[in-house]
Each structure stands twice: as structure tokens, then as C-alpha cells.
Design a protein around this ligand. Sequence first.
Ligand code: 3H9
Length: 676
Amino acid sequence: MSSPIRTERHDDVLVIVSDNPPVNALGAAVRQGLEAGIREAAADDGIKAVVIRCDGRTFFAGADITEFGKPMQEPGLPTVIDMIESADKPVVAAIHGTALGGGCEVALGCHYRVAVPSAKIGTPEVKLGLLPGAGGTQRIPRIAGVALALEMTAKGDPISAKQALDAGLIDKLVGEVSLEADAIAYAREIASARPLPRASEKTATADPDAVAAFRKANAKRFRGFEAPEANIKCVEAASNGSTFADGIANERAEFMKLMMGTQSAAQRHLFFAERQAAKIDDVPADTVLRDIKRVGVIGAGTMGGGISMNFLSAGIPVTIVEMQQEALDRGTGVVRKNYEASAAKGRLKPEQVEQAMGALNPTLDFAALAECDLIIEAVYENMDVKKEIFTKLDAICKPGAILASNTSYLNIDEIAACTKRPEDVVGMHFFSPANVMKLLEVVRGEKTAGDVLATVMALAKKIRKVAVVAGVCHGFIGNRMLMPRQVEANKLLMEGATPEQIDRVHVEFGMPMGPFQMSDLAGVDIGWHRDPTRIENIRDALAAEGRWGQKKQAGFYDYDEKRNPTPSPRVAEIIEDFRSKSNMKKREISDEEIVERTLYTMVNEGALILEEGKAQRASDIDVVWIYGYGWPVYRGGPMFWAKSEGLPKVVAGLEKHGFPVAASLKEAATSDGKLK
Ligand code: 3H9
């Protein structure tokens, strides 16, 4: 097999080129090639300087993640980087695209770095539950200081080439299209400069205040994660007076510890799961997509407005339709307010706000949807209303337009059946707030055409959503799995648990909130039958008393004006009342039982969803729960978590409480542990 690395001689400069699509990951062959290139330069007296650059869309985007967990092939990346840094001819990194992780570390091992202005530089390892393990935690603080090193390593967001230039991580910005020529010219300029600047020979000034402030400012963001603190400790070690070699040894040990742990395994699983989710098993990757130039949204409520913002922000014009002028004005007002709030925080320029608002066409005229290529219905959950809308859409929309419903539960096939073009109908289930939440469930009807699905999946990427294909069933993937959790949580209340205990167990598990906190936030009255005399369960009793959640400062909890919750004596009374009416005896409920009954049942439902073919793969379910419901990233989603918990343990836990266990779950527990 030919090497992904080649060398090209430009008189006295040797250019080492990597051509390892798609992202020039630093796999074994690349590392071997880099080593050989550096050797070649050292052995040739005619070579005065070296440039390392990459073909394709990006400079090295990091170590090859697919190699993790497998036996290491020599040379290791730290060895290659040390070799580059200790070369006695200057080495220049020529950066375009994204120099990430190991790629950033290769660049920092070079003596000089030039980059095109659009390049980005970063160490996102923390997002994989890791730390930069090839010298990054030691070289970044030595070049750019502790404060920036903390930001880059423990948070993992890349910085722009300009920011990197200001911080000393880049020496020069060069032409966007003349990167190679400019890098060669720069290499000649510095060819005889000595001593060569080596990051490992610099010292980082200790900054304990910055470290303490950073820990404090990010405590909430880092809650539950192991990797951020490991990154912080390594950066601290770079500035506490110990040698570079000691810092590297510490970095290596911390890296290996993280690599062997379940959190990194979960986060790496998510990395691939997210990308896998974009693939539709029976729709070829080269399917010709439909052209979406204008989107129509029906309903200017919270959902409709939020959905519109996704497209406007991506530069796709939106026609938004309402029945009443007042509702239309209110809806567009909210969209403007949201954009202006982003501008006030400096996330948008004022002209971007105007640009987005200028692309929004609010109208009461349903017929205006005729010019749209994709129309998303976002009215309330009522089948008759939806059918009426789709019948009207069928009559006015142009041929080939995609007709989508934002329903979160209803049967897409039934909706599609009232049109003459069921192949153009699809579900696009956005999560609230739709302009913020990353998840999009794309619901595939029985007759939905392959190119409709492929178009919607591609569009999802454009509007920066993570899309997952779901089949038609009540609640699709996410909400369907929420149901057993809620049913069990309610039963547990009757048996003796409190809302506080159940919510605490979920928060300690890593969820942003528990089921009752979620209910109070969403509104206890959502989906309530609205008859205060009909009290059949605890929720009915709360709703009948006007305890509708945070908005009323009373729900499963009592709230002060700042919406701080406290346990509610009234709720305790209501629960007690129901319990005695049902002749139930209060008993002690363990945290373990709460996990088994609320979380194991979700896993069981997930297995049923897979058996019924309503999700393509177990990892898709994980993506849904992480991006749609805040399942802790470091637990990898419910299906991954079940495996790390041990499938036999999950099955035993379900059986202990008398739940019928999905056949596929039972089988996986006794065989290979694979859940599709
Ligand atoms: C590291 O460097 C550790 C070191 O510190 C220490 C070592 C000792 N490896 O995302 P895309 C695949 S850890 C293997 O759709 P985009 C990806 O799976 C690494 N494969 O493209 C996908 O495959 P497929 C630190 C990788 O344009 C295809 O490439 N670096 C890797 O939307 C296209 O990817 C990172 O964490 C990889 N490193 O985004 C950066 N990266 O087509 C990770 C990608 O089969 N990568 N693939 O589904 C990214 O953030 C994005 O891929 C990037 C491009 C921004 C580069």
C-alpha cells in the first residue's frame, strides 16, 4: 500500500505532504511517513528547511480515533513530534482547515507555524473524554500561557488563526490560496535562524489565580466529567516549575488513565454514533437531493418561530404563516427578540440580525406556501387539524415540495394518507427550544421517498442539527422512551418515594433534571384534560389546584420569585391522600430501585424500538437521548450505558420488578452483548 505521505523538493526546502482523506488523521502510516520525511531532510545537505502541509480539506485533524483501544503501532505520535522538534533544520507547519488535537500538537512541535486566515486550531480531545496526549498540555501553556491553555484544552473549542497569531501559537498568516508557496518562502526566510525556537525549552509562568477562576467559572459545565479536571491538572503541572519531561510523563499517565476509562469510551462512541446516525441504511449516499431554496413554516408559536430561526440563521429564506395577524406579529416579534438577545451578547452582528429578519416573510396567506420547497407544519397536536392542513398543502404546493410535520407523537402515515403524494411527506420533530436544541428526529413514513429522507438529513447538517431517522410509532424514539420512565416515576411516588428523591437520583446520574423538575418546567397542565372535577391521579390533582409548574410558582415543588424550588408540603399531602385512597402502604424506596425502574425500563423500550425496526441502530437511540434530553454525554446514551452497566444486570433488574423483558435484550445479555 502506498504511503499517505510524500516529499517534494523545492530547491533547498523539503515539503512533506500528507494525503490521507478525509481529514488527514494521524494514523500509523502517516506517523511512519512523517518520521521518514524528517529523516530524509536531515540526511540531505542540500535541504535547509522543511515544510509540513496537508492535501485535501484540512491539516491533520488529530490522532486516528479508530486506532484507540487497539494495539499501538510504532512510532507513537509523541515520538514523531519529539523528532520534529529536535530536528536541527527548521520545520514549518503550513496550516489550513482545522489543526486539531494531535494535528495541533504536530504544529506545536514544529519550530514555526504559518496558517491561512480561515484556519482553526484547537485541542478537542476533552470532547472525547481525553486530553492532548502528545505534548499539547505542556507546549500550549509554554507558548501561549496558562489561561489560554486551560480554555483550549479543558473546554476543547478551537480558536481562529487570528486568535492563535495574537497568542503566539501562529507566527504568520499567509494567503488563503498561496499557502504552500508562502510557507516555502517563509521557510527560506528563517532557514538560518538559530537557535531554533522549541516550545519544550520555554517556561510557562504559574498562574494559580487563573486556574482557580477557571475551575470556579466552569464547575457547572464540567459536572460529572473526568477529562476537564485532568486537562487542568496537566496544564497546571506545566507551570509549576517541573521539567518538560516530567510534565510529559504526567500527561502520558493521565492520558492513558482516561483512555482506559468508561467515560472516554462513551464519548468516543458518541463521536462515531453521531456520524453514523446521518447514514440511512437503504438510501444510497449518492442519492440526488431535492433543492431547498425556501422553507415554509405553518404556525408562528414557540415551535414555529424556533424552527424558522434555524433556516434563517443558515441563510435560507422562510415564509411563516399564521391564521391571525396578532399571533403572526407576536411570533415574529419573539424571533426578532431572540436574535437581538444574541446580538447583545456579541454572538451576532446587528447587520446579521437584520439579514435574518429580512429573509423572513410573515404572512396570513396560506397560498404563499406554494413557492416553498419544504413546508414544515408546526401547529398543536391534533390529528384532525393536521389532516386539514396537509390536505390544503397538497392542493397548493408545487410538485416535488417536501411536506413535513413537526408532530412529536402522531402517526405520519395517517397524515400522509390524506395527500396524493405520501412519498413527499416526512416527520421533522424538532425539540424545544427549536433554535437551540441540537436534535432532529426525522420520521420516515411507510411511503416516504428515499430522496426526501436524504434531503432532510443533509439539510439538518446545514442547519447544524444532529438528525436521527425514526420509524412511525407513538412518540417515535425519544418520547416513546420517556413514557415508561414517567409511568414508573409516578408509581414510585405512590409507593413511597418523593419527587425530590426521584429527581435527585436522575440529577446524580447526570441528567440536567429529573422527571418532576422537567414536568414543572414544561408545565404540569400540558396534555391535561382541563376538567378540575376529574381527578384520577396525582398530576390531575396538582393541575386542578392550579399547580401548573414553574410558571405558577407551584407544581411538584414550590418556587420563589426567582424560581428556586423547595419541597412542597401540599404535594406531600396530595400524594399521601392518593396513597391512602388506594390502600397503599408507604415503604422505603432505595435509589437503586429508582434507577432500575425508571432507567432500565427505558433501555427495555429502546430494545423494543430496535426489534420493531423503528430505529436503525442502538447508537441512534443514544444520539437521540444525548442531544434531545440531556442524557449525560459521559455515559454514552441509554443503550451504551446499559452495556457498560452490564446487560445481565439490566435484565435481572427488570425481571426483579416483574417487567416483561424485550427478547433482544435477553438474548444480547446471554450472548455477544450486541444490541444491533
Ligand atoms: C487526539 O488527537 C489524541 C492526541 O492528542 C494524542 C494521541 C497520542 N480519526 O466529522 P466529519 C472521520 S484525539 C478518525 O463528518 P466534518 C469521521 O468519522 C483526536 N476518523 O467531517 C467521518 O467518517 P465517516 C482529536 C476521523 O467536515 C469523516 O472523518 N481530534 C477523525 O464535518 C468525516 O468527518 C478530534 O477530535 C479522527 N480524528 O468535520 C477531531 N476525525 O465519513 C475530530 C474525523 O466514515 N474530528 N474522522 O463518517 C472533527 O472534529 C471533524 O471530523 C472535523 C471535520 C472538524 C475535522
